[in-house]
Ligand binder design. Structure first.
Ligand code: 4FV
Length: 223
């Protein structure tokens, strides 16, 4: 899979994408993520990417032409799934992440300021995805959240499939509680079953705990 991130702040994105699990997956060739600076597609000497909003209102709006030319150049002859990260979008959840992970090419557009000129979204038929019902200063964090969630489902990025098949939201359940050494910490013991070595009982405990935690914290997932 190839993910292209169109942004005014490629360095901001690269800082995250070059670290830890995602960084190692990129280096190993399991993940192809490329950041593109929309400003490189401006036509004026001041490399202007935004202007005042028609109809007044505070803040600036990103202009259509640099975004349009950047998309056309990056996509080339391919037809990536075009996604604009926006508070108005469909809320990202694990089912949507699994769907996106099956795509060949994703192109993620990061808004900034008050957003982007509506006409480029219409012209290129962008779909909108939101990471939640709140507003952040730019689309870069939402694009990195989506990239991270999708990337970890790709072959080779995590050590093995168990790494995500047992976790929260994979089967609409929350994950069971996790424990590590020491066995006793502030007089709190690790549940006996987890150190029993009895794998069938351990699996039974994990499934029961997943249902218990989901019922307590996110009953809505059970409906
Ligand atoms: C957002 C979200 C988000 C709105 C104005 C960037 C900001 C600025 N994106 N899920 N919530 N975007 O708040 O995706 O352009």
């Amino acid at each position: 899979m190839k993910i292209d991130i169109l942004t005014l702040f490629p360095e901001m994105c690269e800082c995250y994408l070059n670290e830890s699990i995602i960084g190692r997956a990129r280096k190993a060739g399991f993940l192809d993520v490329r950041c593109h600076n929309i400003r490189d597609y401006t036509l004026d000497k001041h490399r202007r990417v935004d202007d005042k909003a028609y109809g007044g209102g505070t803040g600036m709006v990103m202009q259509a032409q640099p975004i349009y030319d950047c998309v056309k150049s990056v996509a080339g002859s391919e037809t990536p799934r075009l996604i604009y990260l926006s508070p108005q979008g469909k809320i990202l959840n694990q089912n949507l992440v699994k769907e996106l992970a099956r795509e060949e090419n994703l192109l993620l557009l990061c808004g900034h300021y008050e957003g982007v000129d509506e006409r480029v979204l219409e012209e290129l038929d962008f779909e909108e995805i939101s990471i939640g019902d709140y507003v952040v200063t730019g689309g870069e964090l939402p694009a990195l959240v989506l990239t991270d969630a999708v990337a970890r489902l790709l072959e080779g990025v995590l050590p093995n499939e168990d790494a995500f098949t047992e976790e929260s939201h994979f089967n609409n359940l929350l994950e069971h509680p996790q424990y590590t050494r020491p066995e006793v910490w502030k007089e709190r013991k690790v549940p006996e079953v987890l150190i029993s070595g009895h794998h069938a009982n351990i699996e039974k405990w994990k499934k029961e705990q997943s249902k218990k935690v989901t019922n307590e914290k996110r009953k809505d997932l059970l409906t």
